[in-house]
Design a binder for this molecule. Structure first.
Ligand SMILES: [Zn+2]
Ligand SMILES: [Zn+2]
Length: 249
């Protein structure tokens, strides 16, 4: 009984803090940074009209839009088969979202995660619940990047999605051991191999069979593929992914 009372008290305090925060730091649209009006949810109405949401037909693997209704997979997934089962990206990687993701990633705009998580859930909440992953795993960044930025945007995003859908988040089972940024001198195959060596798992902690990776952007899919291989090697049977955006343009 005492514990219950304590929990209710904590809940009340949290609610008060969140209301105060809203009063002093009203939620802003992550795309234009204007304060949101009462009727607007997470992204302002004007910016919402500028977002390119994904429409059918989409690739059955990665979720990217394809122009031919006869095709099941995009050229990328056809030419380079993927080890994950299915991807759930929410929108195309274009302005004004592109600029907003840069701020989310590099300029401490962690609060944008809630808006992006909301968009992912609006587009794919049902799909994700149908998959019913045991855990969300953010694509990790290398320690040196983490020290520089102070946070991993994919983890912040995963925590927001997890809070909405009540799915736990594991931020430590998958690690990036090699900083793979300067890869310009390598060809595609070498780059992929290098990337695959970059991720390791904590097998003792990794007891899951069905997981969903979370990242901000999916471009060629090489990072998600490398993470999937590391997870599969550690015994995970099914890997899915979700992201805010997909595609180069
Ligand atoms: Zn806006
Ligand atoms: Zn595809």
């Amino acid at each position: 009984m005492k514990r219950k009372k304590y929990a209710t008290k904590i809940k009340k305090i949290k609610l008060i803090i969140s209301r105060l925060r809203t009063l002093f730091f009203p939620p802003v649209c992550p795309l234009c940074e204007e304060v949101l009006r009462g009727t607007e949810t997470r992204i302002c109405d004007l910016c919402r009209t500028k977002i390119t949401y994904l429409t059918e037909p989409v690739c059955l693997r990665c979720g990217k839009e394809i122009d031919d209704t006869e095709k099941e997979y995009c050229d990328d997934c056809k030419n380079k088969p993927k080890s994950y089962i299915k991807g759930f990206p929410a929108m195309r990687y274009r302005e004004p979202v592109r600029r907003s993701i840069v701020n989310f990633k590099y300029h401490n705009k962690k609060s944008y995660a809630k808006s992006f998580a909301y968009e992912i859930i609006k587009a794919h909440g049902k799909d994700i619940m149908k998959v019913s992953p045991e855990v969300l795993i953010p694509v990790p960044v290398h320690k040196s990047k983490l020290e520089k930025r102070g946070y991993n945007q994919a983890e912040v995003l995963a925590r927001s999605i997890g809070a909405y859908l009540d799915i736990p988040v594991e931020g430590t089972v998958l690690k990036r051991t090699i900083n793979t940024t300067p890869q310009k001198l390598l060809d595609n195959e070498e780059r992929q191999k290098n990337l695959e060596r970059a991720f390791i798992t904590d097998k003792k902690q990794l007891q899951y069979k069905k997981v969903m990776l979370v990242d901000d952007i999916y471009t060629t899919g090489s990072t998600i593929e490398a993470c999937t291989k590391a997870l599969r090697a550690a015994g995970v049977k099914e890997v899915y992914y979700t992201s805010i955006c997909i595609g180069k343009d």
